[in-house]
Design a protein around this ligand. Structure first.
Ligand code: 5GP
Length: 205
């Protein structure tokens, strides 16, 4: 069986990553989402094993020491990392594994997995980004302004991503991401086995 694709999804906060990922998971059975480990405290409504595996710093460090993480990074004072076992198992079963991680982690993944697909999701404009954060209604104006300032930092390094996908409408964005993954999966270097098989079997015909 062909191994699945490792897909990194990053983007500005407020770009709609969460919604897009949920839709990919519900519409296409061959996508799964990796759940990260973190030392950040759970936010209201978050559950251990659903949003994250919440760890103490000591627990996290022992995961690093035992080589249990594919990658990890520090972000705003906390550790975040991708557990290895789940990723390896799902890829070997042919699933496309989505990692929703920040840029240091994304670049680290690309170094280890040459075939990983790095996707950056962006709203169509700065005004739209601001409107989405305002309409979400979960943050006050100061927090929204701070997030918009951070968006500039979040854009640093975006040229290292393989694809930049505009989230104008959710349907189109989900369709575009899936199309990219289909195209990537059909690259000739992923399909050479099939040609080898056919060549081999032709000898017996
Ligand atoms: P939050 O605390 O808002 O849930 O996440 C903060 C940042 O950490 C986000 O940019 C998120 O994509 C990133 N992140 C979450 N999990 C991981 C991970 O396993 N590895 C890395 N490198 N970043 C992660």
């Amino acid at each position: 069986m062909n191994s699945g694709k490792l897909i990194v999804i990053s983007g500005f906060s407020g770009a709609g990553k969460g919604t897009v990922i949920k839709r990919l998971l519900s519409e296409y059975p061959n996508y799964v989402l990796s759940i990260s480990a973190t030392t950040r405290k759970p936010r209201a409504g978050e559950e251990h094993g659903r949003e994250y595996f919440f760890k103490t710093v000591d627990e996290f460090k022992s995961m690093i020491d035992n080589n249990e993480l594919v990658e990890y990074a520090q972000y705003v004072g906390n550790y975040y990392g991708t557990p290895k076992e789940y990723v390896d198992k799902q890829l070997s079963e042919g699933k496309n594994v989505i990692l929703e991680i920040e840029i240091q982690g994304a670049l680290n993944i690309k170094k280890q997995f040459k075939d990983a697909v790095l996707v950056f999701i962006t709203p169509p404009s700065a005004t739209e980004l601001k409107n989405r954060l305002v309409n979400r209604g979960t943050e006050d104006l100061d927090t929204i302004m701070a997030r918009l300032r951070r968006a500039e930092e979040e854009a640093a390094g975006v040229e290292n991503y393989d694809y930049i996908i505009i989230n104008d409408t959710i349907d189109k964005c989900v369709f575009d991401i899936n199309s990219v993954i289909i195209a990537e999966s059909n690259k000739s270097n992923n399909k050479l086995d099939i040609i080898e098989d056919i060549k081999e079997n032709l000898k017996d015909i």
